[in-house]
Design a protein around this ligand. Structure first.
Ligand code: GTP
Ligand code: MG
Length: 240
């Protein structure tokens, strides 16, 4: 029987909001407008997951699926130093893959599952989970098919989380609604509809505060109050 491991986000306030950190055996979704910190949180988790358990890490490797080309290995260096870890060793334990189509994204997951059967992984990042679906199924009348393929991908993520005791951290985008003839993005509306809502164990809504400050609100989680936490994006990653 597998037991939940909670991985620190780097911010005590955010960890407390989450009940100790992001959890293995679960899918944590973060959505929010551009520059709200979704990818920066992913970078911090790449490092904190590798900390020993007694330091609120997961003592495991990280798999990173990047659909937007926004992973920055050079960002990992100061974050590793902040946690007192060797940056090269940390980078060696991040298995990185760029996905170019939704099918490619799915096939990468199959390959990673095979790797996870052999090596101890504790975190799988998918940044962003939906971007390629929005590109590959952009035509009218393709929504039903998109949602069906998205459901397949998400069930694969759930299976990985449960089979390998891994935390899945996936980012999502917000929906743009037509308003006054223009498409205005609504920072409170995650994309992906019911299919994505159903797959996520915990949904986090991120928004910008003053300067490098960011606010995280629990949008939907079975056992957590609808509270907020404030954190900062710093050179050393996410902090209080
Ligand atoms: P999209 O992917 O565009 O939707 O945004 P996101 O939510 O992934 O935003 P991201 O995590 O990329 O946050 C971008 C913000 O992080 C920037 O506006 C900066 O405030 C901050 N940031 C990015 N890189 C650095 C860095 O190297 N050092 C510091 N201190 N802050 C950074
Ligand atoms: Mg991003």
């Amino acid at each position: 029987r597998k037991s939940v491991i909670r991985i620190t986000t780097g911010s005590q306030a955010l960890d407390e909001l989450l009940g100790g950190g992001i959890e293995t055996l679960s899918i944590t979704e973060a959505f929010g407008e551009f520059r709200s910190g979704k990818t920066q949180l992913a970078h911090t988790l790449c490092v904190s997951t590798q900390l020993p358990i007694h330091m609120h890490g997961g003592n495991g490797k990280v798999a990173y699926i990047d659909t937007e080309g926004t992973f920055r290995p050079d960002r990992i260096v100061p974050i590793a130093e902040r946690f007192g870890m060797d940056a090269n060793a940390v980078l060696d334990n991040i298995i990185y893959a760029r996905a170019y189509t939704y099918e490619h994204q799915y096939n990468l997951l199959l390959g990673l599952a095979a790797k996870m059967a052999e090596e101890p992984f504790r975190l799988l990042i998918v940044d962003s989970v939906i971007a390629l679906f929005r590109v590959d199924f952009s035509g009218r009348g393709e929504l039903a098919e998109r949602q069906q393929k998205l459901a397949q991908m998400l069930s694969r993520l759930t299976k990985i989380a449960e089979e390998f005791n891994v935390a899945v951290y996936m980012t999502n985008q917000v929906i743009a609604d037509p308003g006054g003839g223009m498409f205005i993005s609504d920072p409170k509306k995650p994309a992906g509809g019911h299919v994505l809502a159903h797959a996520s164990t915990i949904r986090l809504m991120l928004r910008k505060g003053k300067g490098e400050q960011r606010v995280c609100k629990i949008f939907d989680a079975p056992n957590l109050p609808e509270a907020e936490a404030v954190f900062q994006i710093t050179p050393g990653g996410i902090m209080d």
